[in-house]
Design a protein around this ligand. Structure first.
Ligand code: EPU
Length: 429
């Protein structure tokens, strides 16, 4: 199993290219199930989750072709996928596949919308909390599907197709909103989604669906209106830049010190996080090429932050911010309001010398003078990368175990940081 070795104390200087967003790529790939025609996606990141989803879609009969390298292209350019669901041969998504990646549960909506039936395994528990799918099921039911739970599977049927309806989410859910959008796109009549998630990835998926012929308005607000159409066609769409990768590297520079251009990053995708970073004393500047983040000496100021759905501070950056605050001058508080148990990084950060106390959903982080390298591991992607950030400022050597979590969501992490001066290497085997 691969590990990452980091020796702390190096400043970061240079440019980090930001990849396409994982959390837009996954639903965009799933949206290919809605049409017989080919969906072409550009700027797709090279991630383990993307490869796994290719396999999951392949099981439904979807062909995914990856374009070869073009003249002048380097590994910093995203991939282009040609995805064709011309013939869906199987409407079952089995437990072995869905349990490995929760987002694959989202195939439920396009399968039932286009095929009138779907049988998708319930995803089960997850390292960051219970993460139920009740609201996703509710959304499909509201559009006329019959739902049964059978042997751990959600069986959705709508032999005469879905019909438009009103979906009001009692809680904001990204997956619920993706599900509602995809199901409503092919439903008969109009659908209104109230209390929709406003995440940029929702807007990206809605934009792509509209290119495919859907009639969606209001994406990016809490009220989305969809006029259903009888069929969707092919389209070409470029995945938006990854705001979580952007925020992660911004915090890495804040931790290590230095001056980095986050190339292709778009500040409006993570303004709340950039504001928090600015409040710690780090310099954040938007440029035509991306976002420049610099810290040249000076103490980091502590913060008071609560995670919440977009446009507030994202839960997917909570662990990284906590790592950063372990070295702040003073005491910070971070409240996690999105997931009930997303604090697995706390015990691992403690191994590096961090002082963090948990009280329910609230963490109190007392900044320390120094962190010291150690062996660590984490059980989810964002927790793992928070350990990398802490290691950049820790004295001596840190070994981050279970690197496959990082490979799920960060493209060539060690290369991107290493090119900017970090002492970081992958130990294989
Ligand atoms: N929820 C329910 N019932 C549901 C669905 C969600 O109670 O049917 C709850 C969840 O338990 C949670 C809250 O609603 O407390 C929000 O969950 P949401 O549905 O928004 O999360 P998700 O769609 O499963 C996506 C991202 C996550 C990200 C969250 C929140 C993808 C593939 N995943 O998950 O990303 O944390 O939105 O922004 O887009 C990650 O990339 O590391 C990651 C976990």
């Amino acid at each position: 199993m691969d590990r990452i070795r980091i020796v702390g104390g190096r400043r970061l200087e240079g440019t980090i290219p930001i990849s396409g967003a994982k959390n837009a790529t996954l639903p965009l790939m799933i949206a290919s199930l809605l049409t017989e025609d080919t969906l072409i996606l550009d700027n797709v990141p090279r991630l383990a989750d993307v490869v796994l989803l290719q396999r999951i879609l392949g099981n439904h009969g979807v062909d995914v072709m990856v374009s070869g390298k073009r003249a002048g292209e380097t590994a910093d350019h995203g991939q282009t996928l040609h995805i064709s669901a011309a013939r869906i041969v199987d409407t079952t998504a089995p437990y072995e596949l869905v349990s490995r990646m929760r987002a694959s549960f989202w195939v439920l909506a396009p399968l039932v919308a286009r095929m009138g039936q779907a049988r998708v395994s319930m995803p089960g528990g997850c390292a960051i909390g219970t993460r139920p799918v009740d609201l996703l099921i509710m959304a499909i039911e509201r559009l006329g599907a019959r739902i049964e739970i059978d042997g751990g599977y959600v069986v959705a049927t709508a032999p005469k197709g879905l019909r438009g309806g009103e979906i009001c989410f009692p809680k904001i859910t990204v997956g619920g909103t993706h599900t509602a959008l995809m199901a409503a796109a092919l439903a008969d009549g109009s659908t209104v989604i109230e209390n929709a998630a406003r995440e940029p990835e929702i807007v990206d998926v809605a934009d792509c669906l509209n290119k495919m012929g859907a009639r969606i308005s209001g994406a990016g607000t809490s009220r989305i209106i969809i006029e259903g159409v009888a069929r969707l066609g092919g389209a070409r769409h470029s995945v938006l830049p990854d705001r979580i990768e952007t925020g992660t590297y911004a915090m890495a520079v804040a931790m290590a010190g230095g001056d980095i251009l986050l190339q292709h990053a778009r500040p409006e995708l993570l303004q709340a996080a950039l504001d928090v970073l600015g409040g710690t004393g780090v310099s954040v500047t938007a440029t035509n090429a991306g976002i420049r983040v610099a810290r040249n000496g000076g103490d980091l100021r502590p913060v008071e932050v609560a995670t919440a759905p977009f446009p507030a501070f994202p839960t997917d950056l909570q662990a990284q911010l906590m790592a950063l605050m372990t070295r702040a001058h003073g005491t910070s508080h971070i409240v996690e309001t999105v997931f009930e148990n997303r604090f697995m990084h706390v015990q691992e950060l403690a191994r590096l010398g961090a002082r963090i106390q948990l009280d329910g959903e609230r963490a109190t982080i007392e900044g320390v003078e120094r962190l010291k390298g150690a062996q660590v591991m984490a059980t989810d992607l964002r927790a793992s990368v928070s350990l990398v950030i802490a290691a950049l400022a820790a004295e001596g050597e840190t070994i981050v175990n279970r690197v496959y979590h990082l490979d799920r969501g960060f493209e060539r992490l060690e290369e991107k940081l290493g090119r900017c001066g970090a002492a970081i290497e992958r130990l294989t085997g």
